[in-house]
Design a protein around this ligand. Sequence first.
Ligand SMILES: Nc1nc2c(c(=O)[nH]1)N[C@H]1C(S)=C(S)[C@@H](COP(=O)(O)OP(=O)(O)OC[C@H]3O[C@@H](n4cnc5c(=O)[nH]c(N)nc54)[C@H](O)[C@@H]3O)O[C@H]1N2
Ligand SMILES: Nc1nc2c(c(=O)[nH]1)N[C@H]1C(S)=C(S)[C@@H](COP(=O)(O)OP(=O)(O)OC[C@H]3O[C@@H](n4cnc5c(=O)[nH]c(N)nc54)[C@H](O)[C@@H]3O)O[C@H]1N2
Ligand code: SF4
Ligand SMILES: [Mo]
Length: 707
Amino acid sequence: MSQMGTELKEREKSIFDTQCPFCSVQCKMQVVEDTDQNRRKTYTVIAKPNAASEGRLCIKGMNAYQHALTAERILRPMARVDGQLVPVTWEEAYERIKAKFSELCNRYGSDSIGVYGGGSLTNESGYLLGKFARVALQTKYIDYNGRFCMSAAASAGNKTFGMDRGLTNPLSDIALAKCIILAGTNIAECQPTLMPYFTRAKENGAYIIVIDPRETGTTAIADLHLKVKPGMDAALANGMQKVLLEEGLLDKKFLTDRTVGFEELRAHLQQLDLEEIAELTGVPSESIRKAANAYGKSSTGMIFTARGVEQQTDGYMAVRSFLNLVLMTGKIGKPGSGYGAVTGQGNGQGGREHGQKADQLPGYRMIDNPDHRAYVAGVWGIDPRDLPGKGVSAYEMMEKVHQEEIRALFVMGSNPLVSNPNADFVEEGLKKLDFLVVADMFLSETARLADLILPVSAYIENEGTLTNMEGRVLLREANRPVPGEAKHDWQILSGIADQLGKGKYFDFGSSEEIFNELRLASKGGIADYYGITYDRLRKEEGIYWPCPTVEDKSTGRLFESSFAHSSGKAEIVCVENHLPDEPTNEQYPLTLTTGRVLTHYLTGVQTRRSHTLAARDFESFVEIHPRTARKLGIKDASLVRLESRRGDIVVRSRYRADIREDTVFVPMHWGDIQNVNKITNPALDPTCRMPGFKSCAVRMTMLYPGS
Ligand SMILES: Nc1nc2c(c(=O)[nH]1)N[C@H]1C(S)=C(S)[C@@H](COP(=O)(O)OP(=O)(O)OC[C@H]3O[C@@H](n4cnc5c(=O)[nH]c(N)nc54)[C@H](O)[C@@H]3O)O[C@H]1N2
Ligand SMILES: Nc1nc2c(c(=O)[nH]1)N[C@H]1C(S)=C(S)[C@@H](COP(=O)(O)OP(=O)(O)OC[C@H]3O[C@@H](n4cnc5c(=O)[nH]c(N)nc54)[C@H](O)[C@@H]3O)O[C@H]1N2
Ligand code: SF4
Ligand SMILES: [Mo]
């Protein structure tokens, strides 16, 4: 006994059960903190088996403890006094919010305050943020960073199937697919722990087609790589549909029984020309034929799209063009056949379901639907007439900030200065605000401009549910104490609501209590969480929605016998061969596309603070074909300036012989002079309001030409 006591004194172990804060796989893990007799701490990360990750972790998950434990965490609220950020008490922080929000509300009305959320927030916090905007602030202006992420796929899923849930099948179905199309998705670097599902499919004989303008970790497993011109996916999928039609590779029974719109599509495809499509897309017609035949002839097949296809000014229609392929061949609702919009953020799925969106109420209800308003108002105990109407999308909120229609902005879980397109414009707008409040763990680029910063807990300290890319709800346990005076997001929302005299609507003592209200608010909606409880989540390996009753056990496969539209049928649509919003010309001769690298996450606020990850990629770069570079006099590994009509950035050149010669690629993980969004195009998709992050016209010059 005494010996054990001494040992414990010498070495203390604490084990924290958690989930990776980054991507949509939501790998489970344990962080073991080992303290030696000199109080020195070392950390070991252990992957925990669970259904999606099957016990794997990638390099980001392995090192996620580092940013959570850095000395750079904000530990006290900070207010701007005489231009400087100084620590203040929570009481003072709340009082400042109350004073400023009340003043603006009285002078300009409640819509002068905007709320901006994020897909890293737990379901509970995201839900509460939506309620906070509508009930505590009564503003119509709320939107979130998922607008830049999932909005194209979500609107395409809703319109085509009547429902948007990232994957229509469980991940285990991938191994059963005989042909897999990965369109604009770089799973190897963005959801690395899912790769074994695809290699398993390949071992089972699957033919893998990857559509991407450059070579990536994912194209490495491709049997066929289509190097499409950025922004031309809708046309490419049109070409493949034309081939399916010509070759009679159609599931006629499925088309008749389960879809509408095919006859119009047939007429539309007949007048398209495959050679013209080959020219437009930069993909030879033989390759388009090969891809269509492989998919059309295989007994089972799955198509996945991600941001390469979706972050376009025709992202919504581009996804629908791929969904036409699914429906023409009847490859959905069966083992090994389905579609997946590969969700991005940790809670990118749940974050888009419960009311952070401008037009949405919990459970995928719509804010302009009178029945939906009445139901949710009932759950919240308010008069439906007091619910505001529909607001505008994330970037459009930034336009309203610029126009000084929105005068105060409350940001929780996003770094909009780096993630919005046209960042210089966004920065100008944020600087005009009367009051910018940012709730974050770190002094992000956006927080640096704030009038008030509220310190929040990190994933490892913050319990709550997150819904992974399969639509599987998971409970993230959290037993590490919150550092300093940081608070959970939901506690901050309750605290402010209380100050504003709305405390009775936000009287929660735990995330579980909020979840229980969310269950009720989502009940009967498309994303029905009513049957999911914390108790069940502790016992089961996560639960798929829709889950209307506590007995419900879904297999995770949707649309086996009918789609979610009231007719039960899926909708086929004719898609035009859309061109990117900003064509190249003599002045701006290159197409810039943007994306990610394995080691960093989004705007890099977290991963740039992890020493292991930062050391791997410590600065931004531009991938360029050596032939293009030589024509422009650009040397390898040199600092170059990239300019568009909106601004310029400085990054290091990186020769890549496998990228298209007309295209360059820059990752999005750095701020300031390396913030690629200083040059991206803010033109939006007319349906889902997604910006065209993946295509704009740029020029490139050496920063020090003589060097
Ligand atoms: N390491 C890492 N993982 C992440 C993230 C991260 O920041 N870092 N972020 C998470 C989030 S929020 C998201 S949304 C996902 C994003 O996951 P992905 O969408 O897979 O990632 P991206 O790198 O943005 O884009 C994917 C690929 O699209 C290609 N592409 C560019 N333009 C086009 C085009 O016009 N057509 C086609 N077909 N392809 C094109 C790019 O070359 C890139 O390889 O990743 C999640 N996982
Ligand atoms: N050019 C270009 N731009 C893009 C994209 C692209 O491919 N190309 N992709 C877009 C996509 S898909 C996305 S998802 C967006 C994402 O863009 P952002 O919304 O800016 O995403 P993050 O970098 O994750 O910023 C999250 C911020 O919230 C903080 N944070 C993390 N967890 C929590 C939490 O639990 N609570 C609170 N209060 N704060 C937290 C982090 O410290 C960080 O400062 O970027 C978009 N922008
Ligand atoms: S980043 Fe994604 S794949 Fe990597 S450990 Fe985290 S959740 Fe898993
Ligand atoms: Mo995303």
